[in-house]
Ligand binder design. Structure first.
Ligand code: NAD
Length: 428
C-alpha cells in the first residue's frame, strides 16, 4: 500500500520539478533565449515495444524507453531503470538531470536516461536476462560506445550491464566485437568493469558531505543519519559515512521502515539484504515502525537514496535535520525545498551529490577505450577530486548569485553548455 502511494507521487511531479529548477536557474543567470529553448527540449525520445517468452511459455510485450536529452558536450550518458513508474515523463526528467550532472562534473558527456516499465521482482533471473537482451536488441543503434552509454539505476545492476554489453557486442561483426565493451558502464569487473564503480555513487555522496562539513566547520564524528533506500547508493553511502564516525539510526526501503538509536551496522544490514532479495524486512537489530514516521526522525543528516518526489508539502513539516544529501535523483519537490531552505536546512542537490556514479562511469569508459585495468584506490581518489572541485565551484557560484546550492549547481552546468553553443553555433 505504502509503495503504491509513494510511487504515485513520484510519477506525477518529476518532470515539472526539473523544468521549474531549470527555469529558475536560467532566470538567475539570464541564459540566452535561444540556448534556453534548445535545453528545455529533448533531442530524441525512443519508445520500443518488444516481445519476450516467459518461463511458462507465454509471451509478454514490454515497453522500454530511452530519452536522449542533449549531447552538446559528448555522447549521451545515463542509467536504465526497471520500475513500474518508468514512463516518458520520468525518462525525460531523469535525462535532463543527467545533462546538468555531467556538465557540472566537467565530463565530456551529455545526458540520457531510460528503462523498462515493469516490476522486476515478479520475474525470474532467466526472464530478466531475456527481457534485458531483447530490450538491448530493440534499442539497436540508438545506443553505442560513442553515442549513448547506459549504466545501472534503480533495480538494474552489474549483471544486467554485462548482458547488455554482451548482446550489443554480439550483434557486431567479429573484427570489432571486442571494441564495444564500453557501450555500458557499471559492468562486473570480470567483464570490463571498473574496480570501485560499484561504490562510486555512495562514495561520492559522502565526499560531498565531507566537503559540506569542511565548509561549515562541522565534525562528522557522532552525527546521526537516516537513509531512505538501501540499494546500491543507500548501502555504500551508509558504509562510507559510518567510516567517518557517523551513526546510521534509521532505514526505510520499499518493504518498511526501521529504527535503532544505538546504531545500525551497514555491513550487517547489507549481509541481511543479500539473503532477502534486497529487502530490510525482518532485520533483527532494529525496531520496525510506521513508514509515515520516517522523515520525522530527529537526526543530523538525511540521505534519500530511493525514488523521486519523496519530500513534498505533505511531509516537509516533519523534517527535523540539518542537512539533506540527495543520493537519489529528484527526491525533493520544489515547494518543499523552499520550506526547507527557509528553515535553514542545507541541501546538497542531486546533480552534485550523486555525481560520483557518473564520474566512476567515465573512468570505466576511459579504461575500456584504452584497454587498461585501473586500481580501486586510484579510482576513488579521482572521484573524490572531481566531486570536491564541483562542490566548491558550486559554493562560489552560490555566493556570486546569492542563491541556493541547487540553483548554483545548475548555473555552473548551464554556463558550460551556453559557452559550447556560443562557440560552435547552431548547424547549419
Ligand atoms: P537500487 O535499486 O539499488 O535501490 C533502490 C532502493 O530504493 C531499494 O532499497 C528499494 O527498496 C528502495 N525503494 C524503492 N521504492 C521505495 C519506496 N517507495 N520507499 C522507500 N524505498 C524505496 O537503486 P540505486 O541504484 O541505489 O538508486 C537509488 C537512487 O539513486 C535512484 O534515485 C537513482 O536514480 C539514484 N542514482 C543511482 C546511481 C547509481 O550509480 N546506481 C547514480 C546516481 C543516482
Amino acid at each position: 500500500m505504502e509503495v503504491k502511494e509513494v510511487n504515485a507521487a513520484n510519477k506525477k511531479g518529476m518532470y515539472e520539478n526539473v523544468m521549474r529548477q531549470f527555469d529558475h536557474a536560467a532566470d538567475t543567470m539570464s541564459l540566452s533565449p535561444g540556448i534556453r529553448k534548445i535545453l528545455a527540449s529533448t533531442n530524441n525520445e525512443i519508445v520500443v515495444h518488444f516481445p519476450v517468452k516467459l518461463d511458462n511459455g507465454e509471451i509478454e510485450v514490454f515497453t522500454g524507453y530511452r530519452v536522449q536529452h542533449n549531447n552538446a558536450l559528448g555522447p549521451y550518458k545515463g542509467g536504465l531503470r526497471y520500475h513500474p513508474t518508468v514512463d516518458i515523463d520520468a525518462a525525460r526528467a531523469l535525462a535532463m538531470w543527467m545533462t546538468w550532472k555531467t556538465a557540472l562534473a566537467g565530463l565530456p558527456y551529455g545526458g540520457g536516461k531510460g528503462g523498462i516499465q515493469l516490476n522486476p521482482k515478479i520475474y525470474s533471473n532467466s526472464e530478466l536476462e531475456r527481457i534485458t537482451r531483447r530490450f538491448t536488441f530493440a534499442l539497436g543503434e540508438n545506443i553505442g560506445p560513442d553515442h549513448d552509454i547506459p549504466a545501472p539505476d534503480v533495480n538494474t545492476n552489474a549483471q544486467i550491464m554485462a548482458w547488455i554489453s554482451d548482446t550489443y557486442s554480439s550483434t557486431k561483426s567479429t573484427s570489432i566485437r571486442q571494441k564495444n565493451l564500453h557501450v555500458v558502464t557499471g559492468k562486473p569487473v570480470g567483464s570490463g568493469g571498473l574496480e570501485g564503480r560499484d561504490r562510486a555513487t555512495g562514495f561520492g555522496v559522502v565526499s560531498t558531505i565531507k566537503s559540506w562539513a569542511k565548509a561549515h566547520n562541522q565534525d562528522l564524528n557522532g552525527k546521526r543519519f537516516i537513509v531512505q533506500g538501501f540499494g546500491n547508493v543507500g548501502y555504500w553511502a551508509s558504509y562510507f559515512l559510518e567510516k567517518e564516525g557517523a551513526k546510521l539510526i534509521a532505514v526505510q526501503d520499499a518493504s518498511g521502515t526501521m529504527i535503532n538509536k544505538n546504531g545500525i551496522n551497514p555491513d550487517e544490514l547489507n549481509a541481511h539484504c543479500t539473503e532477502t532479495n534486497g529487502s530490510i524486512s525482518a532485520f533483527k537489530n532494529a525496531t520496525f515502525i510506521d513508514s509515515e514516521e520516517f522523515f520525522g526522525i530527529e537526526c543530523d543528516i538525511i540521505i534519500p537514496a530511493a525514488l523521486g518526489n519523496q519530500i513534498t508539502m505533505d511531509n516537509v513539516d516533519k523534517i527535523n535535520t540539518k542537512l539533506i544529501a540527495e543520493g537519489a535523483n529528484g527526491p525533493l519537490d520544489t515547494e518543499a525545498e523552499k520550506v526547507l531552505l527557509e528553515k535553514g536546512i542545507d541541501i546538497i542537490p542531486d546533480i552534485l551529490c550523486n555525481s560520483g556514479g557518473v564520474i566512476g562511469s567515465y573512468y570505466e569508459w576511459l579504461q575500456n577505450k584504452r584497454s587498461e585495468n585501473w586500481k580501486m584506490d586510484d579510482v576513488l581518489n579521482l572521484i573524490q577530486d572531481k566531486v570536491s572541485t564541483a562542490y566548491f565551484k558550486t559554493v562560489d557560484m552560490a555566493k556570486l548569485h546569492s542563491t541556493d546550492m541547487r540553483t548554483a549547481a545548475y548555473v555552473v552546468a548551464l554556463t558550460r553548455l551556453e559557452l559550447t553553443y556560443k562557440e560552435r553555433g547552431v548547424f547549419p
